[in-house]
Design a protein around this ligand. Structure first.
Ligand code: DGL
Length: 272
């Protein structure tokens, strides 16, 4: 069986890239719902419905375990999927998100002045603030939604000057709050981590989730041999998208770098 990796678009590739690097032996199925990206401006109900469709699709593709490589889906849909949907329809499958590994890292490193950047839906869910306060009640946590960034990245926009201006505008509030750590709580932002670091300066720790998710998945699989033993280990990855523009093909190759093996990208329809 496979490991599914789902995002609304390209952002999940930052997670997949780390998984391919750290845990290359498994078989992955990547799904980007790029026909409906961004999810970040949508209601929690719609995000839940879209995420459920994606999870169903990945289960049909023989995934034992699905990683929601999307903070927007994790913060708005994961709990309901884990507590209501799976027990009723797929009791032997698992769905994991990207928030828990990040929170564990914040706790392990005792980060106490934290800035969160993400989509509007992630920020509005309050999930990061809540989860950080559970493990570090004294932490000061400030949030900033950055709705322009996902369209910028999905369009393959390369204008660094414009990106810098947008980042300076969004990060102004967090820098005023004297944060010492900033969490890129949107997997898309992992693709512009360097640009974030340039704007916040070298003293602020920039956390992106790829590596953290891969490390925690390894720990999870060690703890759950009943799941691990069902996973195929043939070093294969399949790609599915809901809109196949020529640009997209190119962007996927670009973002995966040396992890891209000239694989076919398959077009599917999630909503039918
Ligand atoms: N990459 C996604 C995230 O981590 C969401 C992007 C979007 O669809 O708005 O939140």
């Amino acid at each position: 069986m496979n490991i599914g990796v789902f995002d609304s678009g390209l952002g999940g590739l930052t997670i997949l890239k780390s998984l391919l690097k750290e845990l290359p032996e498994y078989n992955y199925v990547y799904l980007g719902d790029n026909a409906r990206v961004p999810y970040g401006n949508r209601s929690a109900e719609t995000i839940y419905e879209f995420t459920k469709q994606a999870v169903d699709f990945l289960f049909k593709k023989n995934c034992k375990l699905v990683i929601l490589a999307c903070n927007t889906a994790t913060s708005n849909a994961l709990v309901k999927i884990q507590k209501e949907y799976l027990p009723k329809y797929f009791p032997d499958r698992r769905v994991l998100g990207v928030i828990k590994p990040t929170i564990e890292n914040i706790k392990e490193n005792n980060h106490l002045r934290v800035g969160i950047v993400g989509t509007k839906a992630t920020v509005n869910s309050g999930a990061f603030v809540r989860e950080i306060h559970k493990v570090l009640p004294k932490a000061e946590v400030y949030q900033q939604a950055c709705p322009m960034l996902v369209p910028f990245i999905e369009n393959g926009e390369k204008n660094e000057k414009i990106l810098k201006l947008i980042l300076e505008e969004y990060l102004h509030f967090l820098l005023q709050k004297k944060i010492t750590t900033i969490v890129l709580a949107c997997t898309h932002y992992g693709l512009i981590k360097k640009q974030f670091q340039d704007v916040v300066g070298p003293k602020i720790k920039v956390i992106s989730e790829g590596r953290l998710v891969a490390d925690k998945l390894r720990t999870y699989l060690n703890k759950h041999p009943e799941i691990e033993k069902n996973l195929d280990k043939k070093y294969q990855t399949e790609y599915f998208v809901t809109d196949l523009s020529p640009d997209y093909h190119e962007l996927i190759r670009l973002f995966l770098g040396s992890h891209w093996k000239d694989t076919k990208i398959n077009l599917i329809n999630l909503s039918s």
